[in-house]
Write a new protein. Structure first.
Length: 503
């Protein structure tokens, strides 16, 4: 049964939202967090395991130094303090994909804390951007769980499944969990800020080179905490946590949905159950999971098998010197290099297409051409499929090659869209698709001349106007020729032939 929702506008009239975002990032180390098993995606189930990551008796963990380094670099990039001394703890709970029945994590002593990320969103005036600071509570190290596979149901979820299987390959993969402080004062911008924060955090993680941050493969996952309090009260309500939201679009939709769901319950005098919920991509709703535990319920205690981590100040400063150009600085540089207006750059970033545009330009396309394809045709297709544009499946190198074919005069923009159809259908490279579909523009004057003569004969009144000096009327004949040639004619050359014949 679907939840009752209050309209978004009425929700904001009566309540103020508060958000907290927890983003889990799988690090791209060669081995797992506490053992030597390979940390790679996509292996055969249960082939990348050992006694340590399976939690077998007597197995002893050892900390992955590269993961510690990556954690510190993330903390520094998020303007955090790096702890002089921190340690791991055991977070105890039973879950089928947690082989040890506890997760090795960090509790009250994280490696990084008290930071912030300045998030850019479209300005309310409609011009340029405004900055919203998201304060970071902590970034701590932990290990990932295994993965449950539910078999026999229609959705791949436990509801309706015949049985479940567990793959422990992911158990022990190094994770960094980045936790914000409560995000207050966002009001109607809350869904947009949530999406922008995750997008720009992902951008930062990729720039640091510590993870591929692919949401479609689960290497970056967002949990959305949300509560509502009476408008103007400045307080916090009872929160829910929507788990493992795996696309930017879904982060925005999940925040909006939970705001409206909470508001409907509170408006009718009900109370919010503190619980975890699960986002349903197909229906755009959240479903109840389990009552949400507080920290005390996890019975944290220090991990006795691991020594504390105490990074020297020299190491911290050495890592600070390795930080790359950060995304905000990079955006300002690229905007200047590309000659984009504030609005063009804002829309490019907002569409999640900045990296795609950059790669397309790097492959040879002009900045305006790259932006045109990604923000119009590609964005429309992504919206139709309900995916982020980065997950559409078209490579920047292919987009650059399509534009090169346009620049060479071999296809036009209309035919280019058919090439993109072929790319999405897996029909090969742009050149192979052009050849297989017979899309190349006809430039032979003989074929074009015959089509021009046919158009003139079929439209004598238009031809007379052109003879009388009304050259603008040639557009009608050009359209007729293009239709005859199935769009595969050089419009400029067609115009020249028409004027030559009717001059």
């Amino acid at each position: 049964m679907s939840d009752t929702l209050l309209s978004f506008e009425e929700s904001l009239e009566k309540f103020d939202p508060a958000m907290g975002l927890e983003v889990h990032v799988e690090l791209n180390t060669n081995t797992k967090m506490f053992c030597g098993c390979p940390a790679v995606f996509g292996g055969e189930p249960n082939t990348q395991t050992c006694p340590t990551c399976l939690g077998l008796p007597g197995a002893m963990p050892a900390v992955n130094a590269k993961a510690v380094e990556s954690a510190m670099r993330i903390g520094l990039a998020l303007n955090c303090e790096i702890a002089e001394w921190c340690r791991f703890a055991r977070k105890n709970y039973f879950y089928p994909d947690m082989p040890k029945n506890f997760q090795t994590s960090q509790y009250d002593e994280p490696i990084a804390f008290d930071g912030y990320l300045d998030v850019e969103i479209p300005a309310r005036s409609g011009e340029g951007t405004e900055t919203f600071r998201v304060d970071i509570e902590r970034a701590h190290m932990e290990e990932d769980t295994g993965k449950s596979l539910h078999v026999g149901g229609a959705t791949g979820r436990i509801q309706g499944a015949d049985h479940s299987l567990v793959d422990y390959n992911r158990a022990g993969i190094p994770l960094i969990e980045i936790v914000t402080k409560p995000i207050m004062g966002s009001r109607e911008k809350a869904p947009e800020i949530a999406k922008a924060y995750v997008a720009q955090l992902r951008e930062l993680i990729v720039a640091l080179g510590v993870s591929d941050a692919r949401m479609d493969q689960g290497s970056i996952r967002a949990d959305v905490n949300l509560s509502l309090a009476p408008a103007g009260s400045g307080g916090l309500g009872t929160r829910t946590e929507t788990k493992n939201v795996n696309s930017l679009r879904s982060v925005e939709r999940a925040v909006r949905y939970e705001m409206q769901r909470h508001a409907a319950i509170l408006d009718e005098g009900g109370s919010i159950l503190q619980e975890t919920r699960h986002w349903q991509e197909d229906s755009g709703v959240t479903l109840s999971g389990r009552p949400k535990s507080d920290a005390d319920d996890y019975r944290y205690f220090p991990e006795p098998d691991l020594v504390p981590v105490a990074p020297s100040r020299e190491w911290v400063e050495e890592l600070r010197g390795t930080l790359p150009e950060l995304p905000r600085e990079k955006r300002a540089r690229l905007q200047k290099e590309w000659g984009f207006s504030d609005l063009e750059m804002r829309d490019t970033v907002g569409a999640g297409a900045l990296g795609l545009v950059e790669e397309t330009i790097g492959a040879g396309a002009s900045p305006q051409a790259a932006r045109k394809w990604w923000l119009s045709d590609m964005a429309r297709r992504a919206n139709e499929k309900g995916v982020d544009v980065a997950d559409l499946g078209v490579a920047p190198t292919d987009v650059a090659r399509v534009q090169e074919l346009v620049d060479e005069g071999r296809i036009n923009d209309k035919l280019a869209r058919q090439v993109f159809d072929g790319l999405l259908a897996g029909e090969g490279t742009p050149d192979e698709i052009v050849a297989a579909r017979g899309l190349e523009i006809v430039s032979d004057d003989g074929a074009l001349g015959a089509a021009v003569d046919k158009a003139i004969e079929a439209n004598p009144d238009v031809a007379d106007k052109i003879r009388d000096g009304k050259v603008a009327a040639a557009g009608a004949l050009i359209g007729a020729v293009m239709k005859e040639m199935r769009g595969q004619a050089d419009a400029g050359r067609v115009r020249e032939l028409i004027l030559e014949r009717l001059s």
